[in-house]
Ligand binder design. Structure first.
Ligand code: 3PG
Length: 400
C-alpha cells in the first residue's frame, strides 16, 4: 500500500476488501477487533484523498440478501471508530452501490452491503465468480486486499477481483504475514504451542505442521477429550470425535519419535450439564482427574493443576503460538483455563502470537489488554492454513 500511496490516489476509487466478519449478538457487535484492525489502511487511503469503497462478508448467508447478515452495524462502527461519516449502500453491485460510490468526494468512505448476498462471491464455478468479480471491478480503479481473515477463501472479492484491477496489500495483511513468517521460517526455540477449541478435525493440518517444528504442544478445549480417549481414558459425555482417534494416535506416536512433547490435561472441570451461556447461572462444576471423568459428566475446562502445568510449559519458551480456548470461556465458571493460558502468554518474555477468531475474542472479552500481547491475529482459519504451508488464494492473488 505504501507503493500505491507514493503513486498517489487522489480522486481514485479504491476498493478495500476487508474482513469485517465480527461477532454479533442481537444486532450488536460484541467484539470489534477486526474493524479496528483495518483502520490504518482505510485512514491512510482517505487521508491521501482516495474515494474508499470498503467491502466484506459477514457470516454465511445463502447467496441472497438476508437482513440478519447486513453489514450495516459494521459500517456504523467503522464510522464511529474513524470519527468520520461512512456512507452505506444497501446492495453490493447494484444501483445503490453505484450511487454511493459516485457520490464520494476524495477522502470519503462508503461501505457496500455483504458480499455474500451474491451467489457469485462464493461460487465454485470460475465463470460465475468471475462474472461477479467483473461487477465489483466496475466500482473501483484500484484494489487493496486487507481482509486477512478471508485470504484462505477462493472467493470473487478475494481471488478474482485483484486480477482485474491494479492490486496492493494493505497494512493488516502485511503485518499478519510478517508475524506468521516468524512462526514458519526461522522460529526461535523452544517453540511452545497451546491448541484448544472444539474439534480435532479443524486442527489436523496444523498439528501435522507443528510436529515438524514445535518443541511442545499443549492440548485443551473440547479437542482434548479425543486425545484423552486415544490414550485409553474414558471421557464420559465430553465432546468426542471417535473418527479422529486413529489420527490422534498416529500424532502421539510421531511426537514421541520426533521428541515433540504432547502435554494433555491432568485434571478437568466437569458437570452433567452444559452451562447456560445466556443467563450465566452458576454451573457448580466439579474438578476430577483427567483419567477419572465420570460416565455421566462432560469436561468443560482444564482444571487447576493443568492450569499450573500449562503456565509452566509456556513460561520458558522463546516462541509461543496459541489457538483456541481451553474451555467454555463464555461462562465464568469455565473461563479460568483460557485465562491462565492468556496470562501465561502475557507473563512470558517470548514472541507470542494469538491466532484464531475465538482466542482473540476470548482475550478481549475476558478483559485482557490486547496491546500487551505480541500479536493477535485477525485470522482464524486463515492463520492456521498459513501455518500449514498452504497456498492462500487471497495472498497468491496479491503476489501475482
Ligand atoms: C473467519 O471468520 O474466519 C473469516 O471471516 C472467514 O469466514 P468464513 O469461515 O465464513 O469464510
Amino acid at each position: 500500500i505504501d507503493a500505491l500511496l507514493a503513486e498517489g490516489v487522489e480522486g481514485k476509487r479504491v476498493f478495500v476488501r476487508a474482513d469485517l466478519n465480527v461477532p454479533l449478538a442481537d444486532g450488536t457487535i460484541t467484539d470489534d477487533g477486526r474493524i479496528r484492525a483495518v483502520l490504518p489502511t482505510v485512514k491512510a487511503l482517505a487521508d491521501a484523498g482516495a474515494k474508499v469503497v470498503v467491502a466484506s462478508h459477514l457470516g454465511r448467508p445463502k447467496g441472497a440478501p438476508d437482513p440478519a447478515f447486513s453489514l450495516l452495524p459494521a459500517a456504523e462502527r467503522l464510522g464511529e471508530l474513524l470519527g468520520a461519516p461512512v456512507a452505506f449502500a444497501q446492495d453490493t453491485v447494484g444501483p445503490a452501490a453505484h450511487d454511493a460510490v459516485d457520490g464520494l468526494q476524495p477522502g470519503q468512505i462508503a461501505v457496500i452491503e455483504n458480499l455474500r448476498f451474491n451467489a457469485g462471491e462464493t461460487a465454485k464455478d470460475d465463470a460465475e465468480r468471475g462474472a461477479f468479480a467483473d461487477r465489483l471491478a466496475a466500482l473501483a480503479d484500484v484494489y487493496v486486499g486487507d481482509g486477512f481473515g478471508a485470504v484462505h477463501r477462493k472467493h470473487a472479492s478475494v481471488f478474482d477481483l485483484p486480477a482485474r484491477l491494479p492490486h496492493y496489500a494493505g497494512y493488516l495483511i502485511a503485518t499478519e504475514v510478517g508475524v506468521l513468517k516468524k512462526l514458519t521460517d526461522d522460529v526461535k526455540r523452544p517453540y511452545a504451542v497451546a491448541l484448544g477449541g472444539a474439534k480435532v478435525s479443524d486442527k489436523l493440518g496444523v498439528i501435522d505442521h507443528l510436529l515438524e517444528r514445535a518443541d511442545r504442544i499443549l492440548i485443551g478445549g473440547g479437542m482434548a477429550y479425543t486425545f484423552l480417549k486415544a490414550q485409553g481414558h474414558e471421557v464420559g459425555i465430553s465432546l468426542l470425535q471417535e473418527d479422529q482417534i486413529p489420527a490422534v494416535k498416529e500424532y502421539l506416536k510421531r511426537a514421541e519419535d520426533k521428541g515433540v512433547e504432547f502435554v494433555l490435561p491432568v485434571d478437568v472441570l466437569v458437570s452433567p450439564d452444559f452451562p447456560d451461556l445466556k443467563t450465566k447461572a452458576p454451573a457448580n462444576p466439579t474438578t476430577v482427574a483427567a483419567d477419572a471423568i465420570p460416565a455421566d459428566q462432560e469436561g468443560l475446562d482444564i482444571g487447576p493443576e493443568t492450569r499450573k502445568l500449562y503456565a509452566s510449559k509456556l513460561s520458558d519458551a522463546a516462541t509461543v503460538f496459541w489457538n483456541g480456548p481451553m474451555g467454555v470461556f463464555e461462562h465464568p465458571d469455565y473461563a479460568e483455563g483460557t485465562k491462565a493460558v492468556a496470562q501465561a502468554l502475557l507473563d512470558s518474555p517470548a514472541f507470542t502470537v494469538v491466532g484464531g477468531g475465538d482466542s482473540a475474542a476470548a482475550v478481549r472479552t475476558l478483559g485482557f489488554d490486547e496491546n500487551a500481547f505480541g500479536h493477535i491475529s485477525t485470522g482464524g482459519g486463515a492463520s492456521l492454513e498459513y501455518l500449514e504451508g498452504k497456498t492462500l488464494p487471497g495472498l497468491a492473488a496479491l503476489e501475482n
